[in-house]
Structures are given as structure tokens and as C-alpha cells.
Design a protein around this ligand. Sequence first.
Ligand SMILES: [Fe+2]
Length: 204
Amino acid sequence: MREYSLPKLGYDNLAPFLSSEQLKIHHEKHHKSYVDAVNNILQEMSGKDIKQKRVLKDFSFNIGGHLLHSLFWKNLSDQKKEMPQEIKDSIEENFNSFSEFKEKFSSAALTVEGSGWAALTICRETGNLIICQIEKHNVNIYPHFEILLILDLFEHAYYIDYRNKRNDYIDNFWPFVDWQEVNNRFTHFNKWHKIEKNEENSLN
Ligand SMILES: [Fe+2]
């Protein structure tokens, strides 16, 4: 089976949001540990007489860790990115205004219990934008909801720079969001979603 690999980052540091030390440890130690674990589990899966319950649970946690981190790195940027019109319009349509969305997303991020993530997702059936609070890397994830924007709330993501001040970490996140990437995910989703819808209609 093909193995998973640690993606390269598109930046060296994201100061003042994240120091290079914080970024490096997070990427090269924590994210890498999920990649290594998931590759080991893949090996284990190909063996006979494996403990399915434990192996599948471990796979779920570690593959979630790898994939969510990969999405997280890509929706951050060291360049200021203006918000494209398509995603801006959709956020305003779904949350009344950008400031209302920001407030709700920040509050979801702040109240993640223990370790987890806050994410802006889009539902494949309705096209609604929904904020999700993911526990660990794999709890409260909905099928058919694509992630457009995600923020890591594990303490390992911010503890070197912020200690226990999760609030400051969340506030400082916003200027470093790569809205172009968020918009790319949104327009890509819409393109394929429309194709699927058209196919469904043509079957009727
Ligand atoms: Fe993390």
C-alpha cells in the first residue's frame, strides 16, 4: 500500500502569529508523529490476526491527525491574502456578516473541550456553510461535509508561544488565513457539487 508523507510548509515562520520554533516543533514533531503512526498501522493492517478494534481506532485518530494538519498548514499564509468575492458572499449569506462568522468561529475554537479543532465546512447536500467543533482528530466529523478552513486547538499548536492563552492564539490567527486557499476549496467544491447535482438530475 502507498504510504503517507509529511507535506512541506509553504513558509518558514508566521510571526507574530507563530514563531518558527512553535511552527517547527508542531510540523516536524507532532504532525510527523501522526504520519509515522498511520504508516505503521498500514503495515499492521496487512498482517493476519490483527486486533481490528484497536487498529481501526488508531487508524481513525492518526489519519485524522495527518489530514487535518495538512489542511491547516495550507489555509495559513505569510502573505496577506484578500478574501475573494465568492467565499465572502457565501459567508455573508450564511452568517449575516463576516464579523458574525468570525465571532462564532472564534467562540467554537475557544470552547473546544480538551484537544480538537474548529472548522468551517460546507454540506454537500445543501451547500450550507456550517461551523464544526472536532474533538481529537476524528470525533464529530460529518460525512459529506468538506473542510474549507480549519484551526488547530491542541495545546501543542500554541503552547510555546501562548502558554495557556488560547484566546490570544485565536485572535492572532485571523490575519494569517489564506483566503485564496479557502476560496479555492469553496469553488472546487461547488464545481464538483454542481456536476454531481446535474448527474443526479439527468438520472431522474
Ligand atoms: Fe496540531
